[in-house]
Ligand binder design. Structure first.
Ligand code: GUN
Length: 309
């Protein structure tokens, strides 16, 4: 666990340091990769980027850098924005068959002419390190061993570290996306939490949030959850990464904020993730962890217990 010593003290939530947590996870990943190398296996991650979206380019470069830093192989495929669905599916078929590739990630969002569901479901589920394939979604929903979506996986690892046993706690997930909200709810249910999924149509969202021992915000709306929606002592996980104007920093300047109003929530919560430096760094670390898990399974090696759930 990381953070200040003032845990739970009134007016001073513990700050959950996702950056430090991700560094620890990457160190464990590197150690696993070194042990696998002794058995002749080097995990490989292929990342496919279609188009030139600047934010996606930054993410993809960061993924490749961290993959190599952990001793794994990185394969980057950058395709033009007008790539046909047939060409993209043909590439995925080649990656599915490539023995050096254990993980395949197709960066989303895809350009509008491509059917994301079709593309994601063409990935071999054993290599689906994003956990987006319908098979992995179904395995998670039925409590079976699955590759799990990276952001919710990172949130769960931090919650376990922070709280230990989550059984019986009231968890509220605000947001119902396939990438975060729904898999997060499934994971919390698996931990025996009482789970509520709230969203933009939820009646009296504030009252629902105030019942949460664990509050996960994943709506993509800057600072929409104020401190008076947070139950005193609750653990708050803020998945949002929103860029807003910051005139106080100078003309034209911006800054990143979460979906939670940090300044008011930090006075009420027991522990809270900051933005940036909370959930964000955990997502890529979990992608690398999933790649090690996938490579272990494909080669019949033991499950890396300290990297998976
Ligand atoms: N775009 C934004 N986040 C993600 C992610 O976790 N996986 C993929 N494939 N694309 C994304």
């Amino acid at each position: 666990m990381t953070g200040s010593d003032t845990a739970g003290a009134q007016g001073a939530a513990r700050i959950i340091d996702g950056k430090a947590f991700a560094e620890g996870l990457r160190a464990r990943i590197s150690a696993h990769v070194a042990r696998m190398a002794e058995q002749g296996v080097t995990p490989g991650l292929a990342v496919v980027l279609v188009g030139e979206d600047p934010a996606s380019q930054v993410y993809v470069a960061s993924k490749a850098k961290q993959t190599v830093a952990c001793g794994m192989k990185s394969f980057e495929h950058r395709l033009s924005a007008d790539t046909s669905e047939a060409d993209l599916l043909a590439l995925i078929e080649r990656l599915n068959a490539d023995p050096e590739v254990h993980g395949i990630l197709v960066q989303l969002p895809l350009p509008g002419h491509l059917n994301s569901d079709l593309v994601i479901n063409s990935i071999d589920p054993a290599k689906d390190v994003d956990g987006f394939h319908i098979s992995n979604v179904g395995l998670l929903a039925t409590g079976q061993d699955a590759l799990v979506s990276c952001t919710p996986l990172g949130c769960l690892l931090m919650l376990r570290e922070e709280l230990g046993n989550l059984s019986g706690l009231n968890a509220v997930v605000v947001g119902r996306s396939n990438i975060v909200g729904k898999p997060m709810a499934q994971l919390l249910l698996r931990e025996s939490c009482t789970v509520t999924i709230a969203h933009s149509r939820t009646k009296d969202l504030g009252a629902v949030c105030r019942g949460a021992d664990i509050l996960v915000a994943a709506v993509g709306r800057p600072q929409m959850i104020p401190g008076d929606w947070v139950k005193p002592g609750a653990t708050v996980i803020d998945v949002g990464i929103n860029r807003i104007d910051a005139p106080e920093k100078g003309e034209g300047k911006t800054r990143l904020v979460g979906d939670v109003d940090f300044d008011s929530a930090v006075k009420v919560a027991g522990a809270i993730t900051p933005v940036p430096g909370g959930v964000g760094p955990m997502t890529i670390a979990c992608l690398l962890a999933n790649t090690v898990t996938a490579a272990s399974r494909i080669h019949g090696l033991p499950k890396p217990e300290d990297l998976s759930i």
